[in-house]
Design a binder for this molecule. Structure first.
Ligand SMILES: *[C@@H]1O[C@H](CO)[C@@H](O)[C@H](O)[C@H]1NC(C)=O
Ligand SMILES: *[C@@H]1O[C@H](CO)[C@@H](O)[C@H](O)[C@H]1NC(C)=O
Length: 426
């Protein structure tokens, strides 16, 4: 109760600040809204945006400020030197959307995987907690909006950080982390026939990876980037394997042109015969040396928003970057008309608190114009969401959500399912 009224009050406060913010945002907002008719028509005030943070920069006292004189700035004349930090971690202004809460998944999951085939969303694996992982598949039916059907994964299959793609019937499942915490990866690779629910082995990857970019392109299963076996070091390697109807046509993976930037947790999508790799990060949590449970310990990470593309020339091209760096989006996208839509993720850590910062925006990449825009906001910031699109509705489930409207750092692992009627920017 108290919480609800607090929220109402803070919403009112946000209203004021957001409008003040909008007046001051200027350039960024102009740029972002340039192609958005929804701004005028369809947007109202955010229920969680941290509004004034949408300034491009954050000014903080310099690290070299006089520590024995912390109030230095207050002293006449002698300002503490300031440094200007990129505020790419901040929430971006985006239209409010109406969200409908649907039936929650049977289990909460973090770092799971998902594949949509027609009206069904197959949701795989994931952490339940940092100390336990799932080894089964749940299915959501977009026609009756219910979860139904659960079946086991092979025992040797990775539980998180999987690469996954479908041809419309067969789901190819590549490598990933085996077990909870920050355990090692497996090179094991499988294919699922969704009609018979039968699993088969595929040739293992040459070496295991964590969360490599994975897709099907021109009859070949492509796997690239990800983290190396220590979970942290970005890999540039790119392999492919000819496949057809759930069967490998070759015994070994072929080496392909390396990706210019490595690392895990990127969206990898083929549209109109072009292969796109979007966002991601370099570095990730690693097992603490000597820890018997492979306890996760934080390491330096760099999140980025770059977009790479392969076409006929088989040379990587760089396309416009996302409006902000975004990672943990490997299953957080859908293709809608001629756009790629991406929901949530993680962005650069907060420069002062150093905490991980989750993303609450939905981004649109229009493949006709090669321009990014903001479609709207999720009901909260969340990473590793599993996204589907059916008959005009954008759905997302699972992931790890923020601490609350005022704190974008990660907290609860969820199984919730939400949907919104998606209106794309032109
Ligand atoms: C730091 O502040 C103290 C107290 O005001 C002053 O005595 C000292 O000279 C300052 N040091 C520097 C490097 O500015
Ligand atoms: C999905 O739901 C529809 C409507 O209830 C039903 O006809 C269909 O059989 C379901 N599909 C699966 C695979 O369960």
């Amino acid at each position: 109760m108290g919480r609800a009224s607090l929220r109402q009050r803070s919403t009112r406060l946000v209203v004021v600040v957001v409008f003040a913010g909008f007046l001051g945002i200027g350039l960024i907002a102009d740029y972002l809204w340039a192609s958005s008719p929804h701004f005028a028509v369809n947007s109202y005030v955010s229920n969680w945006a941290a509004n004034d943070k949408s300034r491009a920069n954050l000014i903080v006292p310099s690290r070299s400020a006089n520590v024995s004189n912390p109030q230095g700035k207050a002293e006449a004349g002698v300002g503490v030197p300031e440094r200007v930090l990129s505020a790419t971690f901040a929430d971006l202004p985006a239209p409010e959307l109406k969200w409908e809460k649907m039936a929650a998944a049977p289990v909460p999951r973090l770092d799971g995987a998902a594949i949509q085939i027609k009206n069904l969303l197959y949701v795989f694996a994931g952490y339940g907690t940092i100390d336990s992982v799932h080894s089964h598949v749940d299915i959501y039916n977009f026609t009756d909006n219910n979860w139904g059907g659960r079946f086991d994964m092979p025992k040797e299959m990775a539980h998180s950080h999987l690469g996954m793609v479908t041809d419309g019937r067969y789901i190819y499942v590549v490598t990933g982390q085996y077990g909870p915490q920050c355990r090692g990866p497996t090179a094991h690779t499988f294919v699922l026939d969704t009609e018979t629910k039968q699993w088969r082995d595929m040739p293992p990857l040459p070496v295991p990876r964590y969360a490599p970019a994975t897709t099907l392109w021109r009859g070949r299963l492509h796997v690239m980037g990800g983290s190396k076996e220590n979970r942290h070091t970005p890999a540039l390697d790119h392999w492919s394997l000819a496949v057809k109807d759930g069967k490998p046509l070759e015994k070994e993976w072929k080496t392909e042109i390396p990706i210019p930037r490595g690392g895990p947790h990127r969206a990898c999508i083929v549209v109109d015969d072009r292969l796109y790799v979007i966002g991601g990060q370099e570095g990730d949590f690693m097992a603490k040396p000597g820890s018997p449970i492979f306890k996760c310990s934080r390491r330096n990470e760099v999140v980025y928003g770059e977009v790479y593309m392969l076409d006929d020339e088989m040379k990587w091209k760089v396309l416009p970057s996302m409006p902000k760096p975004d990672s943990h989006i490997e299953f957080a996208w859908a293709i809608v008309k001629n756009s790629i839509v991406i929901a949530g993720g993680t962005t650069e850590k907060h420069p002062v608190t150093k905490k991980m910062v989750l993303v609450g925006e939905i981004f649109q990449f229009n493949l006709n114009t090669m321009k990014w825009s903001l479609v709207g906001k999720l009901p909260f910031r969340v990473k590793t969401t599993l996204v589907g699109f059916w008959k005009g509705w954008l759905y997302f489930t699972s992931g790890q959500r923020d601490k609350g409207p005022d704190d974008p750092s990660p907290k609860k692992v969820i199984g919730e399912m939400w949907r919104t009627k998606l209106k794309l920017n032109p």
